[in-house]
Write a protein that binds this ligand. Sequence first.
Ligand code: MRU
Length: 369
Amino acid sequence: MSPSPLKGKGKKGIGLKKVNNLPIEWLGNRVKILDQTRLPQEEVYLELNDYQGIASAIREMKVRGAPAIGIAAAYGIALAALEIEAASRDDFLEKLRGISHSLASTRPTARNLFLAIDRMQQAAETSEDIEQIKAALVQEAVKIHTEEIEATKKLSQFGAELIGDGFTILTHCNTGALATAGYGTALGVIMQAKKQGKQIKVFATETRPLLQGARLTTWELMKANIPVTLITDSMAGYFMSRGEINCVIVGADRITLNGDAANKIGTYTLAVLAMENGIPFYVAAPTTSIDLSLNSGDEIPIEQRSQEEVTHIQGVSIAPDDIEAANPAFDVTPHYYITAIITERGIIKEPYIEKLKKITRSCENKKVS
Ligand code: MRU
């Protein structure tokens, strides 16, 4: 998808203070995103001025990573609200619900998406008239973004305490500023450890099929001057068994009441390997990724993506024509493989249930769309 022409040009956008120069930026009547499918070869920014463009960007993973998806969807709803023409408040809210449903159908696994949409819906329903609803929605979207920035900053500070000087850390997928529109989760922890002056090295798994590790994590770490070695996903056990990895840190798309965590496909394999080799396995995530309405990881909806992402690499076929391929985008790591969960409200360890309840705000516990 190419950036749509700025149909909002000349139209007065509603804006608050500019959040930051990040991979997602609210520009008053449009949203600027860094197209992650073009990295690392090209840094291309798209300016999207309708929620359909945002929905496609999420589905096509131009914007990706659990917190970033939630933020993008919230801005998508704010954009849509500026455009809705409605005869009454009820009519406006009805149209908004349809838009929320369409954004909710983009990707099923990340908790942050549904929480952000639910927060936007609540902000609309508690405002009196249409103009107030529009202002409230822009304000809520910016708040969701600001809070995610703050949460990833805090969790990075907590998590960095677990990283020793001289550590080599293995990470999977991409969990940096790109994935969070903030400081990052697992990668935020790693960046903070470096800021503290620790000499660290990173092994980044390539993360088949879409290569978020090879394309994005290496790019972010190299920009931060952190030594990084790229490995294929299947090399992790080799390096762990040779004693070359001090800890594994990953992010999460959804964490359930018992502490099970869904994350990028291949995470579960790394957790099992880490336990086999006596290596700590940490999950770093903001509390917006915690879903207390689900008892265990068995209940997490796992996104199934197209076969073509497996049979092709960046458009080039690597398998026989007509081969059957499977493409679950996430897997679930059972809580007993997780040494600790790092959040902005502190680091927690087994048993998780009461601790997760304590650190997760009550408004986040309800079931969302
Ligand atoms: O399919 P993606 O690239 O959106 O998957 C991203 C991940 O699995 C991340 O590890 C997860 O969203 C947590 S990062 C903030």
